[in-house]
Ligand binder design. Structure first.
Ligand SMILES: NC(=O)c1ccc[n+]([C@@H]2O[C@H](COP(=O)([O-])OP(=O)(O)OC[C@H]3O[C@@H](n4cnc5c(N)ncnc54)[C@H](OP(=O)(O)O)[C@@H]3O)[C@@H](O)[C@H]2O)c1
Length: 494
């Protein structure tokens, strides 16, 4: 008997020969297959301009699975679901071939007309692909049609709106899945349960008790082979507009009535309305930018401006730190410090919630209570609380309580891309960004960008590879008597 509960889908991947498809999408699809979420009734049509045969394409997919568990037979059966069609996305006629291939594979794999269109290409092509999908009738009448859009969604509000308007001609908002893979990470998904299923946290998660919040996304790597993209984008657009603001929203939004996509989005939108957009003259006080120079061993870690394909006079930032304020009753007066950069001492994504000090009654001042949520590479939570120092004293001393998922546990769960692709197959939109969220976040970012673009940095490069960024990022907190909780030692070797 046919298993009707099985996920049936035909996925068109535009950009099938690209880096994202190879490094993320094929491994994610294979893991979904290996774990039984997709079985016999899924198929992929990969497209790009180069003239590959099905066999060449399948071998390419197979190569991307080399490091993954699973037998050769299983991998071999998986790649039989993949089909390649050479296609130039700017050529209307090619879409007819794609449609015909889709219709025939729909019959073979009995996908019931369910279609996902994955935009794994440079963003300048998204509009033309979406428009052709509609004009050349690639949309199915019998199943669902969903489009997955990779970041960056625009360069600013104007370009994001133009992109959204053109995609909206072919897909309605409910069919558009704007992917931010941070929203698929285990501990990012864990923020709401931590906040809303612990009464002891719920009661104190506000300006009365919290002194400041710190969000850090550090990368140890430099720009690597993404220079062409990065040198036109920078850290503010690449990391702050999406990942950091999404994490900030999950940390500060009001409790939704239910955990549905609509209820969560409504709370996020309310939160974004309260994000303080700085007047342009405030930007320099609230935001710091940086660009990495070489390390002490320049041949190992060249300066950003010496990287291949980077403009030798580039003014693009590879580091951002800033203070964000939320003007509502819950958060007024609580600074949210954010920080992200390339060539930091180590890869680390974490959140530190720093509580206000209690009234002082001991001879020795107590430490501040801090909740730390580790998002990657380790995943868990720790709590720094005060207890009594052991021995003949009443002095307070910090106790560290912590829980982290084990490597064995994590090996069993879906990673971010796997989870998010499965969400799209199921039509679950909770962990994707709605257009209204993007509108609000671009308005916030555009002011900072405008100030920076009109006031070129004079001190770049202003931090050494392997350090915590420019001194000004520490000053941002020092001016109000605060400091970064997470302060790793500079890296001395790669
Ligand atoms: N790579 C990552 O880790 C990463 C992470 C997050 C987001 N993203 C986003 O994902 C998207 C893809 O990135 P990527 O790194 O995979 O880019 P990429 O390696 O440059 O791949 C681009 C793909 O587009 C195809 N292509 C280019 N022009 C075409 C045309 N006119 N018609 C048909 N196909 C064409 C290329 O194949 P042919 O040359 O054969 O045509 C290739 O398959 C981008 O939006 C990027 O910002 C990437």
């Amino acid at each position: 008997m046919q298993d009707l509960s099985e996920n049936r889908v035909l996925i068109y991947i535009f950009g099938a020969s690209g880096d994202l498809a190879h490094r993320k999408l094929y491994p994610a699809l294979f893991n979904l297959y290996r774990k039984g979420y997709i079985k016999d009734h899924f198929t992929v049509i990969g497209t790009a301009r180069r003239e590959w045969t099905n066999e060449y394409y399948r071998n390419n997919v197979l190569k991307s699975l080399e490091e993954l568990p699973g037998s050769f037979n299983q991998k071999f059966s998986f790649i039989q679901h993949f089909h390649y069609q050479s296609h130039d996305v700017t050529d209307s006629k090619h879409y007819d071939t794609l449609r015909e291939l889709g219709e025939s594979l729909d019959r073979v794999y009995e996908t019931q007309g369910n279609r996902i269109f994955y935009m794994a290409m440079a963003p300048e092509f998204f509009s033309t692909i979406a428009e052709h999908i509609k004009s050349q009738n690639l949309l199915s009448d019998t199943g669902y049609n969903r489009i997955i859009i990779e970041k960056p969604f625009g360069r600013d509000y104007e370009t994001a709106k133009a992109l959204n308007d053109s995609i909206s001609k072919a897909f309605d908002e409910k069919q558009i899945y704007r992917i931010d893979h941070y929203l698929g990470k285990e501990m990012v998904l864990g923020l709401l349960p931590i906040r809303f299923s612990n009464p002891m946290f719920e009661q104190v998660w506000n300006r009365k008790f919290i002194d400041n919040i710190q969000i850090t996304l550090f990368e140890a790597l430099g720009v690597e082979d993404r220079a062409e993209y990065y040198d036109h984008t920078g850290a503010l657009r690449d990391m702050v507009q999406n990942h950091i603001i999404q994490i900030l929203a999950l940390l500060t939004l009001d409790k939704p009535e239910k955990l549905t996509a609509e209820a969560l989005r409504a709370q996020k939108e309310k939160l974004y309305e309260a994000l303080r957009i700085y007047p342009i003259k405030e930007v320099a006080k609230k935001f710091v930018r940086g660009q990495y120079g070489s390390s002490d061993i320049p041949e190992h870690e060249p300066a950003y401006r010496s990287e291949t394909k980077v403009d030798p006079n580039s003014k693009m930032e590879t580091f951002v730190a800033g203070e964000i304020n939320i003007d509502n009753d819950q958060w007024r007066g609580v600074p949210i410090y954010i920080r992200t950069g390339k060539r930091m001492p180590e890869k680390q994504t974490r959140v530190d919630i720093v509580f206000k000090a209690s009234d002082q009654i001991f001879d020795k001042p107590a430490d501040k209570t801090i909740i730390t949520i580790d998002i990657e590479p380790t995943e868990g939570i720790s709590l720094l609380i005060n207890g009594k120092k052991i021995g003949l004293t009443t002095d307070p001393v910090g106790y560290q309580l912590s829980y982290h998922h084990s490597a064995e546990q994590l090996a069993e769960v879906l990673d971010a891309y796997e989870r998010l692709i499965l969400d799209v197959i199921k039509g679950e939109a909770t962990n994707f960004s709605h257009w209204h969220e993007l509108e609000a976040t671009w308005h916030f970012i555009d002011v900072i960008r405008e100030y920076w673009d009109n006031n070129a940095p004079t001190d770049f490069p202003n931090y050494k590879s392997g350090t915590n960024g420019p001194e000004a990022a520490d000053q941002l907190l020092k001016q109000s008597g605060r400091s970064w909780v997470y302060n790793p030692e500079p890296r001395t070797k790669r």
